[in-house]
Design a protein around this ligand. Structure first.
Ligand SMILES: [Ca+2]
Length: 249
C-alpha cells in the first residue's frame, strides 16, 4: 500500500513538474550551443562561453552591423519555423558590469542576408532606451526614422535582466519588453516596412550583438532563446535537435 502510494505520488509530482517546466528552444545551460544554431562572426570579434545557465558573449569594440558592407556584428542564427505567425523571445542582461556599455545593442533579430534586410530590437547605447533599428541594403533606420518604435527606461529598465519579444503576424512585426517574467509585456510599437523581406526560405532568426563608433570591449549575457509556439511542441525530455528537425520538415 505504502509502495503504491509512493508510486502514485511520484507520478503526480512528475506530472506537475511537466506542467510548470518552462520549455525553451535553448536554455543556454551549455556546455555547447544547441545544434540548431549557426554562429555568425564574420570579423572574429566575438567569443562565447557558458556560465551559471547563461550564454556569455564577449564582444570587441567596433563590431558594427550596419548598411550592406559593414558586417562585423555577432549573430546566433537558426531557421524560422514554417509558420506565418510566431514569436521570438529572449532574456538578456545588457548590464553585466552594472550598466550597458556605450555604443552597443543586443537582442533578437530577423535577418535576410541576400537582400541585406534585418530587424533589430533591444537595449541600446549605454542604457538609452529599448528600440527597433533596421536596414534594407544601404537604407538604415534609427529611432526617429521608424516612427519612434521604442520603449523608454521609465517603463522598462535596462540595468538588469530584460525580456524581449518580436511577435510576427504575417508581415507585421510588434516589439515588446519587460523586466520580470510574470509582468505584462510592454509594447514598443508595430512595424510594417520590413515584414515583406521575411519570407519562408529567405531569412533566419536569432540573436544579435553589435557595437559601433565609441564602443568598448563589452560583455553581455543571454539567459535563453525560444519560439514559444514551437517550444510547446517539443518534449522537454526528448532530444531537442531531433524534434526541431522533424518540425522543420
Ligand atoms: Ca539559462
Amino acid at each position: 500500500m505504502k509502495f503504491l502510494f509512493s508510486v502514485a505520488l511520484a507520478l503526480m509530482l512528475s506530472g506537475v513538474a511537466g506542467l510548470v517546466y518552462a520549455v525553451n528552444l535553448d536554455d543556454f545551460n551549455g556546455p555547447q550551443l544547441n545544434k540548431m544554431w549557426t554562429y555568425r562572426d564574420p570579423a572574429g570579434t566575438g567569443k562565447y562561453s557558458f556560465k551559471d545557465g547563461m550564454l556569455v558573449l564577449e564582444l570587441k569594440a567596433g563590431s558594427d552591423l550596419y548598411v550592406r558592407g559593414t558586417d562585423r556584428g555577432v549573430l546566433f542564427l537558426m531557421d524560422p519555423p514554417d509558420m506565418d505567425n510566431f514569436t521570438l523571445e529572449t532574456c538578456v542582461n545588457p548590464a553585466v558590469k552594472g550598466s550597458q556599455p556605450p555604443a552597443s545593442q543586443i537582442g533578437p533579430i530577423l535577418f535576410n542576408e541576400d537582400e541585406w534586410a534585418y530587424t533589430l530590437w533591444g537595449p541600446y547605447n549605454a542604457g538609452q532606451d529599448i528600440r527597433l533599428e533596421d536596414c534594407v541594403g544601404s537604407s538604415y533606420r534609427w529611432r526617429a526614422d521608424t516612427g519612434g518604435i521604442a520603449i523608454d527606461v521609465n517603463k522598462v529598465a535596462i540595468d538588469q535582466d530584460v525580456y524581449l519579444r518580436i511577435v510576427k503576424t504575417g508581415t507585421e512585426l510588434e516589439f515588446f519588453a519587460k523586466n520580470d517574467a510574470n509582468s505584462d509585456w510592454v509594447s514598443g510599437g508595430i512595424d510594417k516596412k520590413l515584414g515583406p523581406y521575411y519570407k519562408p526560405g529567405k531569412y533566419k532568426v536569432g540573436l544579435f550583438a553589435k557595437s559601433w563608433s565609441g564602443s568598448i570591449d563589452s560583455v553581455f549575457e543571454f539567459d535563453y532563446f525560444t519560439i514559444p509556439e514551437i517550444a510547446k511542441a517539443v518534449d522537454p525530455a526528448g532530444k531537442l535537435a531531433t524534434t526541431w528537425s522533424a518540425i522543420k520538415r
